[in-house]
Design a protein around this ligand. Sequence first.
Ligand SMILES: NC(=O)c1ccc[n+]([C@@H]2O[C@H](COP(=O)([O-])OP(=O)(O)OC[C@H]3O[C@@H](n4cnc5c(N)ncnc54)[C@H](OP(=O)(O)O)[C@@H]3O)[C@@H](O)[C@H]2O)c1
Length: 349
Amino acid sequence: MTYKVIQWTTGFVGREAVKGILSHPELELVGAYAWSPEKDGQDVGELCGIAPLGIKATNDIDALIALGADCVCFTPHQFEGADVVCRLLEGGLNVVASNMTNFRALGDAERARVEAAAQAGGASFFGTGIFPGFANYIAANMATVSQNFSCVRFLESVDVSHYHALYNYDNLGWGQKPEPKWEQVNREVLSFYEECLDVMADMLRVPISERRFNIEFAITPEDREYFGFEMKAGTIAGQKCTWQAFTAGQAEPVIELDVCWVAGAGLEPEWPIHHGYTMKVEGNPNVETRVTFSPQVAERLEDYIDMSNTVTSMPIVSAIPTVCAAAAGIRTYADLPLITGHYVPKTES
Ligand SMILES: NC(=O)c1ccc[n+]([C@@H]2O[C@H](COP(=O)([O-])OP(=O)(O)OC[C@H]3O[C@@H](n4cnc5c(N)ncnc54)[C@H](OP(=O)(O)O)[C@@H]3O)[C@@H](O)[C@H]2O)c1
């Protein structure tokens, strides 16, 4: 079976998603959405830095829906309301996305609207990535081997100074003075991270009674700039966030998700950075693992940059056949069957 896929934008994650779709034997790229006016009408392969594909990116949403594709790989800059996703689902297109988990953060009415659109179109929505996504799914799976586990902890710890899309952190307050408002802004902008607590709780049958969020910022003592994104002395250039889920009567969290992101060394305070994902299950036995990534070819800085977008895009791309086969509705790792990669034999060159 081959599933026809439309790629929604060709930014950093989207470009790697296109390469993943092209390399997946069950997927066929049939179209692409262009948000930037200058990308409208351009060949998708050229937009992704690969050979022309004979497929033009377009900003004509009706024309894309009319292609009769099975799925949209939805990786725009940020999630701006559910209107477009509802339109795609109602049009019968399954949607896999990098920037939304289960829509709880948008409120009951919006979540119900997305669910209704999915039911009307007989389509499903699934959000993943590296984190939110694959990494916290692995952490939840680790509890399989532990009796009476009491806590699953997860930490993403990375220096994002090598990350081309660092400019997207401006809407978290980076490059600006630390102010109390940034706590609420972060909680809202990163709400799809908080929704991972729901997915893990569903997977592990944890009856959440309370969720807590905490944030700390690190400040740069001098001006710094990465990929054209400036952070002046005294502004935010790093942050630690924690999302916790508690059950009634328990003083300690049952699920704890942490991120620690810094743009370079020498911030105040300076936190240790582990360059990857550390996952721990506290139980009998305790279980611990670290997931790190290295590029297949490590010759240029771009190889590392592409890799961070590959590990975001591939959980989304790999999920497409499963999501297309799933029952209509908002789906998560808690109710989909196991999603794996797809082996492709090497061809002689
Ligand atoms: N789950 C995870 O693990 C994970 C990890 C990393 C990123 N993400 C998420 O994945 C998404 C894509 O990240 P990215 O680094 O690929 O983003 P990006 O390159 O900065 O932007 C993606 C595309 O969005 C469109 N765009 C740009 N500015 C826009 C605006 N103001 N309003 C609407 N669309 C705009 C552009 O589309 P055109 O190409 O058509 O012009 C752009 O190429 C983000 O939402 C990010 O939060 C998730």
